[in-house]
Design a protein around this ligand. Structure first.
Ligand code: MG
Length: 230
């Protein structure tokens, strides 16, 4: 398989960088509805597909984007606070997102193989990050999470993934990224890391390929097969 050559058959794999929403948690449906409702409060249309296309941005970056499109300017701090507050309120009203099917099993196998598990997410909510450590107790540890708070620039900027490389101490060639979002894939590829696109959302596979994914699959179980058969 041609992918084998890229990582020497993954034999030298030392760490896997997991994105959170849409990879670790089946949470994108909730986020998309919450964003649409939050902008709906201003009378602005933010269709679900557009939420998925912009996934990976921080909350403020998403709000700036819409203000730029609608009003030709950035949002003020008060506007960001208001819209992000609405978005969080709607999100919190929804049932808690479940872990993505297949992720726990993959992580257990990854840990058993002696490969480190890191999380690289645009989210910065303390509660969510704490839940992450308890939902995946023994697999995810606080010191191996790169969140919105650790970086100046969010995805699609490579900074979150470059930060994870620096903290882990591994070169890009010994790491694999698992991402569901086009901007996340762009960020990982710009950091020079082999990237598995797992298309758990509503976008066409082609969008993940076009973002630069090295391979695109539909489910976490296929990610597991791909990593451990290479
Ligand atoms: Mg994601």
């Amino acid at each position: 398989m041609q992918n084998k050559q890229i990582l020497n058959g993954f034999e030298s794999l030392r760490a896997i960088f997991f994105d959170m929403d849409g990879v670790i948690y089946d949470s994108m449906g909730n986020h998309a509805i919450a964003w649409s409702k939050a902008f709906g409060y201003l009378g602005w249309d933010f269709p679900l597909e557009k939420v998925y296309m912009n996934e990976g941005r921080t909350g403020s970056s998403t709000i700036h984007l819409l203000y730029q499109e609608k009003l030709g300017r950035q949002a003020t701090d008060e506007e960001i606070e208001k819209i992000y507050g609405k978005k969080s309120e709607y999100f919190d009203q929804m049932p808690k997102s479940k872990p993505m099917a297949g992720t726990l099993k993959l992580m257990e196998r990854v840990k058993f193989a002696g490969i480190e598990i890191w999380v690289v997410t645009g989210s910065g909510q303390d509660l969510l990050l704490e839940e992450l450590c308890s939902d995946f107790f023994g697999l995810i540890q606080k010191g191996r999470i790169i969140s919105a708070k650790d970086v100046k620039h969010c995805k699609p900027n490579p900074e979150p993934y470059l930060t994870a490389l620096a903290r882990s101490g591994y070169p890009a060639g010994k790491v694999v990224v698992i991402e569901n979002a086009p901007l996340g894939i762009e960020a990982a590829k710009a950091a020079g890391i082999y990237t598995i696109g797992v298309n758990t959302g509503i976008l066409a596979d082609e969008i993940l390929w076009n973002a630069g994914a090295d391979v695109v699959v539909k489910k976490m179980a296929q990610v597991e097969d791909f990593i451990f058969s290479n």
